[in-house]
Design a protein. Structure first.
Length: 436
């Protein structure tokens, strides 16, 4: 069969003023830009498990401007998309369906709303793609595609992971590539729309497979920058310590997302630094404790850890690893004072990098269900607003206008040239002092 695997890519933001700010303030939408420019590891993995004999094309679609130039002589089209681009993914699916090409769509959005997707495509892939792809290929070849494949309950053991087909990429287009070591997260934040949507378990890939993927990348990019595409990378420190020692010999630079518990293990921090860790991104969420209460539905971990936030950031940065601290604005119990509180916290902690986003009710999350039940969603199914920068709910302790205006003013302050340089200097000082 001739198969197209299409990733909806590119950054989205409905608020024109914010979009303008993002263009003028380096740092503001930096993380979103980085994510938007990563290749789709999910689709490269499906390509890697597609038996030889099929032809696979990997295509990234930043928008639909060139949709009509796409070949339509495929036997199957697989589309992966997040919520913000899902309407474009649906339009693309209809484009292929009109040409009688079978279309399957997957990803977290479709996992949450398979029935919605089925209005536009032949099949919805729910949960982890690898667990259903061989069946989809087989059924497509026989012309008997079913509407829904998979479920969140269906396990997939990462020990069986195929090698992603990195060689499909034009490497000159990327400044980092992704490798996944785990799926899931032991915390279960009510707003989280990452791999916790696809699986209820925390599952890790055997270290030999991780190293093999990095070695494969090094065949096409000698000194790569790797982003570990995990939601919470260092949950299992015993898994990571030997792996970090092996990574050290690969001479790569890398980035990961973690919770703050990594700060408690000095040996880990030393190994991370020695093996090329450039930055870790940490969801701090709020600089005040009240909004954290109850967001982690498993153990209230962030709420309990709050007292150690500043000390933990200092410890990590004093090991030469920059921290990108993420804050969500508009959380429950955050009032208009929150904007100054975020700024004060960032300043006191000397955070090297900061990411601020607006609380976003993604479909399928507990947050969405709660706000829906309380009649606080502004446009229930406006998925285009799931950008992390567009407000689509009524906040609990401020007005819509206060949140939107306060967010823009905070962005101007936090990403100003002066404050950005100041943050960089603070990091250097912490590193020089070595955590005293
Ligand atoms: S800690 Fe991060 S990855 Fe884990 S559930 Fe919360 S938001 Fe998601």
């Amino acid at each position: 069969m001739k198969i197209a695997l299409i990733a909806m890519s590119g950054i989205r933001c409905c608020d024109a003023e914010l979009l303008e700010l993002g263009l003028t303030l380096p740092g503001f939408v930096e993380r979103s830009k980085t994510i938007a420019s990563l290749p789709s590891l999910g689709l490269l993995t499906l390509a890697g498990m597609t038996p030889a004999g099929h032809q696979v094309d990997y295509i990234e679609m930043p928008d639909l401007a060139n949709m009509n130039n796409l070949d339509t002589d495929y036997d199957l089209v697989g589309i992966s998309s997040y919520s913000a681009q899902i309407n474009e993914a649906y339009e693309l699916a209809l484009h292929f369906k009109k040409a009688s090409v079978p279309v399957v769509i997957g990803g977290p959005h479709v996992t949450a709303l398979p029935d919605e997707a089925l209005e536009f495509c032949d099949s919805a892939a729910v949960g982890q793609g690898e667990s259903v792809w061989p069946e989809i290929l087989n059924d497509c070849r026989r012309g008997v595609l079913r509407p829904v494949y998979g479920s969140v309950e269906r396990d997939y053991d990462l020990a069986c992971s195929p090698m992603p087909k990195f060689e499909l990429l034009d490497i000159s287009k990327y400044n980092r590539l992704t490798v996944q070591t785990s799926r899931g997260c032991p915390h279960k934040c009510d707003f989280c729309a990452s791999s916790v949507m696809l699986t209820g378990k925390y599952n890790q890939k055997p270290p030999q497979k991780v190293l093999a993927e990095i070695d494969r990348i090094k065949q096409i990019w000698q000194k790569p920058f790797i982003e570990f595409a995990d939601d919470n990378t260092f949950v299992n420190k015993q898994y990571w310590k030997p792996l970090l020692k092996d990574l050290k010999h690969r001479r790569i630079k890398w980035f990961a997302e973690s919770d703050l518990s990594v700060s408690e293990d000095t040996e880990m921090l030393d190994l991370m630094r020695e093996s090329g860790c450039a930055q870790i991104l940490i969801g701090l969420e709020s600089p005040t404790i009240e909004p954290l209460d109850g967001i982690d539905l498993n153990s209230n971990w962030k709420y309990k850890y709050f007292d150690k936030y500043a000390e933990a950031i200092h410890k990590i940065q004093s090991h030469g690893i920059t921290v990108n601290g993420c804050f969500i604005l508009g959380m429950e119990r955050q009032g208009p004072e929150i904007f100054d509180k975020v700024f004060e916290f960032v300043k006191a902690a000397g955070l090297y990098e900061v990411q601020i986003t607006i609380m976003t009710p993604f479909p399928g999350t507990e947050l969405y269900r709660k706000l829906d039940a309380e009649n606080r969603l502004i446009e229930k199914q406006n998925w285009e607003k799931c950008t992390l920068f567009d407000l689509n709910f009524i906040p609990s302790h401020m007005s819509v206008d206060q949140l939107e205006t306060g967010f823009k003013k905070l962005a101007e302050k936090i990403y100003s040239k002066y404050f950005t340089n100041w943050r960089r200097e603070q990091f250097k000082k912490q590193f020089r002092r070595g955590g005293d």
